[in-house]
Write a protein that binds this ligand. Structure first.
Ligand SMILES: *Cc1c(COP(=O)(O)O)cnc(C)c1O
Length: 373
């Protein structure tokens, strides 16, 4: 068995494989110096819209601002409520409260960790404006059920697709299902920039136009500001990097699925851990490979001692975060999410991961499982 540290993700390995392409793309931007509105931005937006199978893509400075602008575009304001999952990265809920609106949580499905449509209808009130399903870990949420309920009540559906670039639901790419979808290109995401970046995709002309104004000081022509906006555009250097990487994304997702299959094959026979559940009719892109075990903290420490990095996404559900104390929610309100938060463990997962690395992670886990009996 080969030795050596196994990281949770390895951005350097990816860079070294495409170094020439990335360096050339960055070099071109440095040469033309159009850093904030270079043609690379428009080019990337067109390609990413086509990749998702939608009309519009509006490049932004981060995935977090994408979520905030999506809600702003649907006029979410103080007094409104927006439904989402308590088991997500904080940005999903922050976008809601930044609008002055109130996040309302619906507990998750114990298998997929995504919002459970069964609880959705009971959470809808006269103040509800929108639903934000999150495609957690790269697995699409149950969009048909969510969309049916949303349409019945006239609610907007905003996909938080920050972890699901290229994932599919019933043969359709994530991004084309809800009213809008928000992606993050944070460096460690399946499609990652060399810094912060994000994008909104939509088929809705009006929403696209609003987001286009919001991201650039509300300018509809130079020096004419029709609404209060922000300075949150995707920049040229990031667009240039993303243009290079988008071409590799389908293969990288394929490699992630291959690694997941290998993990599944080697780990699924142990009763103390469960491997990721995969819903029917979805194409999972394994942004994270997350196992579940009641012995999470002990196993994590053991892996750490053996130089294997792991992560916990996420150790504290959003409804229990100090920042949301004002919602007056408590332990026990969303028991499925709370139990997941105690038991999930993200194992190393990145497209360049070598077979021996997967085997070493598995070997360390299996030896420990047998010894801790
Ligand atoms: C990464 C992430 C975001 C935020 O994206 P940034 O680009 O880091 O602002 C939002 N939601 C989820 C689920 C994420 O994983």
């Amino acid at each position: 068995m080969e030795r050596g540290i196994v990281p949770l993700v390895d951005l350097k390995a990816q860079y070294l494989l495409i170094k020439d392409e990335i360096d050339a793309a960055i070099g071109q931007v440095l040469d033309h110096c159009d850093f904030v509105s270079g043609e690379e931005i428009r080019f990337f937006e067109e390609r990413f819209a086509a990749f998702c199978g939608v009309k519009h893509a509006i490049g932004l400075a981060s995935g977090s601002i994408a979520l905030f602008f999506a809600l702003q575009a649907f006029d979410v304001m103080p007094g409104d409520e927006v439904i989402t999952t308590p088991f997500t990265f904080i940005a999903t809920a922050e976008a809601i409260s930044h609008c002055g609106a109130k996040p309302r949580f619906v507990d998750i499905d114990p298998h997929t960790f995504n919002i459970n449509p069964i609880g959705l209808e009971a959470a809808i009130t006269s103040k509800t404006k929108a639903i934000i399903p999150v495609h957690l870990y790269g697995q699409p949420a149950d969009m048909d059920s969510i969309l049916t309920i949303a349409r019945n009540y006239g609610l907007a559906v905003i996909e938080d697709a920050a972890q699901a670039h290229g994932a599919e639901y019933k043969g359709r790419r994530i991004g084309s299902l809800g009213d809008v979808a928000c992606f993050s290109f944070y460096p460690s995401k399946n499609l990652g920039a060399c810094g912060n970046a994000g994008i909104i995709v939509t088929n809705d002309d009006l929403i696209a136009e609003k987001i286009n104004l919001l991201r650039d000081h509300g300018q509809n022509e130079k020096n004419v500001h029709v609404i209060e906006g922000f300075s949150e555009k995707l920049d040229t250097l990031q667009a240039a990097v993303l243009n290079v990487k988008l071409a590799h994304l389908p293969r990288w997702n394929q490699q992630r699925r291959g690694i997941a299959r290998k993990y599944n094959a080697l780990l699924s026979c142990f009763e103390d851990i469960s491997v990721p559940y995969r819903a029917k009719e979805v194409n999972h892109v394994y942004h994270l490979y997350v196992i579940r075990t009641a012995k999470r903290d002990l196993l994590r420490r053991h892996l750490d001692r053996n130089e294997i990095s792991t992560g916990v996404h996420y150790p504290l559900p959003v409804h229990l975060q100090p920042v949301f104390k004002w919602l007056r929610l408590q332990e026990g309100d969303f028991p499925v999410a709370e139990s997941a938060a105690r038991e999930v463990l993200s194992l190393p997962m990145y497209p360049e991961m070598k077979a021996w690395e997967v085997e070493r992670v598995v070997d360390v886990i299996v030896t420990w499982l047998k010894e801790s009996k």
